[in-house]
Design a protein. Structure first.
Length: 461
């Protein structure tokens, strides 16, 4: 336990009561302040070891308070709390000294976990997968954002069926991992998980790779991946790169349920779960005539779109620290966490290579350096020299309190206004609005239904 008290700064009495009761029950000494001024006075006389600071205070910005507390006592651990979750505010809070970031409403167990992690030098305490590990085996998929929670829900729902799944997303977003997670939770998990990369297989051999061929002079019999996957899962990676003739052969196999190897007319029945992936948009390929519409609709029973890392907010820090632990255990390195400055850089970076790029960065760090904390000089040069985004410009140079666009509105009103504005800006398209907001279309449909607003059949906003 910390020998120093924990300071909670929040102007909402119900939050203070809940947070204080939770932490006192866990054996901590807790101090509370309802304003910036009160927090500064308390910290000057009590020297708290940890401070939880709400970012919206009646007499000033919580980020400025975090900076002041850190300047006064560099050893204090600071946790930002807010009802308005955004990467911008997380980056700003971390750059000014916060080691973690929590979003209201905060469950008591999440609060206690965050304090425990902070004392142990870990971070992102709230962003722990809220499902038991044995319920969600995602084979390396990591992330607690709303976007990923919707994907986990879809994986759990589809795993128990035999339906075909079509996974899309940019390179490096984890499409193969998602396919493996579906297989691991499905009724086909005792069978093989067989992958064919359609983009790298030679055009003159891909038919044999898929269907196999009988023994020929100078060549033994070859068993195709479709037969190898019998009783299991067949993953056709980058399926949109298949030629039109191969698409026809695949469609015929799926419709008949029979595999006919090259060189014979004798078919072999096979049953497997089919999962396909594509980096390019398959609907665009269909419209351009490069992908058969009948095959697409046969495959696209359950679509899953994996978002780019840049759209997943604080997931990037969660992924980085989880994978850092794993890599360091394998390489016998001492790194345990990322510095505040490194977290801010990771949150700012666009990650064009997505998770694959992040993994390469971590690999570079642990090969060339050692810990316990990853600092900015440990990063590859292109990240060390990345320009910082000016998030709160003040051309006049004077200290100004930012205008509060949420004044007089409840959180529910703010959320509803944001959703309706995004839909309007997207011309009424729910999927387009969902991408802009960083959530899944199903999330918006549920919210619209809850508000009694029509989600289909024209714009009525």
């Amino acid at each position: 336990m910390s020998q120093k008290p924990i300071l909670i700064v929040d102007d909402v009495d119900t939050h203070l009561t809940l947070f204080t009761a939770t932490l006192e029950a866990a054996g901590y000494t807790v101090l509370s302040a309802r304003s910036r001024a009160e927090a500064l006075a308390l910290s000057a006389t009590t020297a708290p070891g940890i401070a939880l600071v709400d970012l919206v205070l009646p007499d000033g910005d919580g980020i400025e308070l975090i900076k002041t507390l850190k300047d006064r006592d560099p050893s204090i651990k600071l946790i930002a709390i807010t009802a308005f979750a955004s990467v911008d505010r997380a980056v700003s809070a971390m750059r000014n000294g916060a080691t973690d970031f929590l979003v209201k409403p905060i469950e008591p167990e999440h609060l206690k976990t965050t304090i425990t992690n902070t004392l142990a030098g870990r971070s992102i305490g709230q962003y722990v997968q809220p499902y038991p590990a044995d319920e969600v085996e995602t084979d390396g998929l990591i992330g607690s954002s709303d976007l990923m929670q919707d994907i986990y829900s879809t994986i759990r729902a589809v795993a128990g069926s035999a339906a075909s799944v079509f996974i899309t997303g940019e390179n490096g977003t984890g499409k193969v991992k998602a396919a493996a997670a579906i297989h691991d939770q499905s009724g086909y998990k005792d069978g093989a998980f067989v992958k064919l990369d359609c983009s790298t297989a030679a055009p003159n051999t891909i038919e044999a790779e898929l269907l196999g061929h009988i023994a020929m002079p100078g060549a033994p019999e070859k068993i195709g991946v479709a037969e190898l996957a019998n009783g299991g899962t067949l993953l056709l990676d980058e399926i949109c790169t298949l030629s039109l003739p191969m698409q026809a052969r695949l469609l015929n196999m799926l419709q008949s349920g029979v595999i006919t190897p090259i060189g014979t007319t004798s078919g072999r029945p096979a049953e497997f779960r089919l999962i396909c992936t594509s980096t390019v948009d398959p609907r665009t390929e269909v419209q351009a005539g490069r992908f058969r519409a009948d095959l697409f609709y046969r495959l696209n029973v359950v679509p899953i779109h994996l978002p780019p890392l840049r759209a997943r907010g604080l997931d990037v820090v969660e992924i980085a620290e989880t994978e850092l632990d794993r890599l360091c255990a394998r390489e016998e390195r001492e790194f345990r966490t990322l510095s505040t400055e490194v977290k801010a850089i990771f949150l700012d970076h666009a990650w064009p290579g997505n998770i694959r790029e992040l993994m390469n960065v971590l690999w570079n760090v642990i090969v060339l350096h050692d810990g316990p904390v990853v600092n900015v000089p440990d990063l590859p040069p292109y990240l060390r020299g990345a320009p910082r985004v000016q998030r709160t410009p003040n051309p006049g140079g004077a200290s100004q309190a930012p205008a509060n666009p949420f004044a007089g509105k409840t959180l529910a009103e703010i959320e509803r206004n944001a959703v309706e504005a995004a839909i309007s800006h997207a011309g009424g398209s729910i999927p387009t609005a969902a991408r802009a907001l960083g959530v899944s279309p199903s999330t918006l449909y549920r919210k619209l239904e809850g508000w009694g607003r029509p989600a289909r059949g024209g714009r009525k906003f």
